[in-house]
Design a protein around this ligand. Structure first.
Ligand code: MLT
Ligand code: MN
Ligand code: ZN
Length: 298
């Protein structure tokens, strides 16, 4: 199985257009690598590819990835897109894919409704782009030799669908709005969780069959944004569990024996700075940090 990290960043990317935090500044100064927004490509054989989420940076990401270049006049190795939630960073790239080349678009009924409720996604010609309903816990094969099972993880509805009465209790709901993907080929199993608000015992158990876990690395601590004076929102309020702390992913996923890589890393996360003690802690715990263009093989 071939896995390409197209975009390791969270929504906004690194640097983010309106952010002058020290980390975005370091990226602009060329001191650390920039990151595009959250997307992964996966293939069983290196010829037919499945996108896991379609970021607003998709056009640039595909150009940067030779395996995703056209194989002929108006033919593409892209076979399918699987969307894990309706967040802007995971769906806006669908608009880039509007040029009348066929692929299958997989999402849960809740996320398909988000797309069908928004007429701009009608630019995806239904004669070319076939919408396929993902049923939780029911395996599907977007390409030969890859089997994907979607399962609900704690998460919230997209920001733009939050009502005015939205509160913290609604950030950890289990349903079709935030899914994880278990992806299996003859070579192994990987789990993809770019957004996860909580790590219950059942999730640790579920991840234990993995050879590789790509996990939500949005925030180091729940108060990253307050610390960097970039905003008031906590990780919990955004539907993302922190790396640090007794209920964080470093502690609760410490028992996994698989390769573990943080993805969907927000530009405010101090682990992005080479000299940060937080980064040293992540590496010492056996985790890797994804970067754009990272290649992983199983
Ligand atoms: C998130 O992951 O929390 C969202 O992508 C935030 C956003 O809408 O930018
Ligand atoms: Mn996001
Ligand atoms: Zn920033």
């Amino acid at each position: 199985m071939f896995i390409r990290i197209l975009g390791a960043g969270a929504g906004g990317g690194l640097p983010q257009w309106n952010c002058g935090c020290n980390i975005c500044h370091a990226a602009r100064a060329g001191l650390i690598s920039p990151m595009t927004q959250s997307s992964v490509a996966v293939s069983a054989d290196g010829t037919g590819w499945v996108l896991l989420n379609a970021s607003p940076d998709l056009r640039v990401q595909m150009e940067a990835t030779g395996e995703l270049h056209p194989t002929g006049v108006r033919t593409s190795p892209l076979r399918a897109v699987v969307v894990t939630n309706g967040d802007v960073d995971h769906i806006a790239g669908l608009l880039t894919l509007r040029e009348k080349t066929a692929f299958d678009l997989f999402a849960t009924p809740a996320t398909l409704k988000v797309l069908s409720d928004n007429p701009v996604f009608g630019v995806l010609d239904p004669d070319c782009v076939k919408k396929k309903t993902v049923t939780l816990e029911k395996p599907f094969s977007p390409v030969l030799d890859l089997e994907i099972t979607a399962y609900a993880v704690p998460g919230k509805v997209p920001l733009y669908l939050e009502g005015s009465a939205f509160d913290l209790a609604q950030t950890k709901e289990l349903g079709e709005q935030t899914i994880a993907l278990r992806i299996e080929s003859a070579r192994g199993v990987f789990h993809y969780l770019p957004g996860c608000a909580d790590i219950p015992d059942w999730l640790c158990e579920r991840l234990s069959d993995a050879d590789l876990v790509l996990f939500d690395g949005t925030v180091w601590a729940d108060d990253d944004m307050l610390q960097s004076k970039t905003g008031q929102k906590t990780g919990a309020r955004m539907g993302h569990v922190a790396m640090a702390g007794p209920q964080g992913s470093l502690a609760l996923l410490a028992g996994l024996s698989s390769r573990r890589i943080y993805i969907h890393i927000n530009n405010t996360n101090p682990v992005l700075l080479p000299e940060a003690p937080e980064r040293a802690q992540v590496i010492a715990a056996g985790w890797e940090l994804a970067h754009d263009g990272m290649e992983v093989a199983l």
